[in-house]
Design a protein around this ligand. Structure first.
Ligand code: SF4
Length: 335
């Protein structure tokens, strides 16, 4: 393959990704109708993650954001669909090959305390990935851990301490060090600042941006906070009930959202500046993924719903270069 073609290839290519959970085991008596057996956490997600970009993913709780991140990394096995990392289809890899691949694909979790083993020292926590993926001596491992701690704003003197001896922001720095010490190319940041005080959030976001620049990383950045996603992302994907309903350049999408759901999300956040006149606020709760609405899944809450919206699922159309929307209102729109 030529260099030009390789450059055009996304780092991560997600195609028709589904993740369904069958609830029949143990819940047979509670959910006795066949259609209610399956939770459709992801239902046909297709997107590219370009090398070097931050792709933000937003949506309400339960929309499938975190499931997407974990399924892309194959921490969850997909029900169907494909994920290719740098051209390699992950579903074809056996466990040993997947372990090797994981060095390139890491995750930073939301809750830094819950994700750190309280019985292990920082040196053991951060050094574990090196032990799995590299054949370093104990001395080399210690040096790499010390270097990584300094990069994330901690001190090598912290290596012998335990997670409970750190603040929330420091614990997230340990989580970041653990993810990056194996030198990955791609990192899923799953609500990495949601559990932190607002004053600490900005420090961690600045650190993630700095490390991305220095180490040439690619991020899938998952958050329910539009302001955070707008701040860090090059492009944004908006998810609703397991599907991507809008995807485009962050600035354009947040300034001129095309999907009624994105418009409603923005209307609920007054501090996010977004032009485009009057917008309807979001009404009601997200429907159950056990019984997603027919047609467009947003039709039960959409102020613009038409007769066909409950019958026919919209397919994505381009409303501007690189800006796709799945909504009947935009069918026939010039790209
Ligand atoms: Fe609303 Fe219909 Fe568009 Fe769905 S397809 S977002 S219900 S207008």
């Amino acid at each position: 393959m030529t260099a030009a073609l390789q450059e055009a290839r996304p780092l991560v290519a997600v195609r028709g990704l589904h993740k369904h959970y069958d609830l029949r085991r143990g819940l047979r008596r509670l959910v006795d109708r066949p259609a209610q057996h399956t939770v459709r956490a992801l239902d046909g997600v297709t997107l590219d993650i370009r090398r070097g970009e931050t792709l933000g993913v937003i949506g309400e709780s339960g929309c499938g954001k975190s499931t997407l991140g974990r399924t892309v990394l194959r921490l969850l096995e997909p029900t169907s669909g494909s994920v290719a990392f740098d051209g390699v289809e992950l579903s074809t890899l056996d466990p040993a090959a997947m372990t090797v691949m994981r060095r390139h694909m890491q995750i930073i979790f939301q809750d830094p305390y819950a994700s750190l083993n309280p019985r292990r020292t920082v040196e053991q926590i951060v050094g574990l990935g090196i032990a799995i993926h590299a054949r370093n001596t104990a001395h080399e491992t210690r040096e790499r851990v010390a270097d990584m701690l300094q990069r994330v704003g901690l001190s090598p003197a912290h290596m012998r301490r335990y997670p409970h001896q750190f603040s929330g922001g420091q614990r997230q720095r340990i989580g970041i060090a653990r993810a990056l010490v194996v030198k990955p190319q791609f990192v899923v940041c799953d609500e990495p600042v949601s559990a932190l005080d607002v004053s600490i959030q900005a420090q961690i976001l600045a650190l993630l941006a700095e490390l991305k620049r220095e180490l040439g990383l690619t991020y899938l950045f998952i958050s329910h906070d539009l302001a955070v996603v707008g701040h860090v992302s090059d492009r944004v994907a908006v998810m609703y009930l397991g599907q991507v309903v809008e995807l485009g350049p962050a600035r354009a999408l947040l300034k001129s959202p095309a999907h009624p759901y994105t418009q409603a999300l923005l209307a609920a956040v007054p501090r996010v500046e977004a032009g485009g006149g009057e917008r309807q606020r979001l009404q009601g709760d997200v429907p159950s993924p056990l019984r997603p609405p027919s047609g467009c899944r947003f039709h039960t809450r959409c102020p613009h719903a038409m007769a066909k919206c409950s019958a026919i699922a919209p397919t994505p159309v381009m409303v501007a270069p690189g800006h796709a929307v799945a909504c009947h209102l935009h069918e026939g729109a010039p790209a």
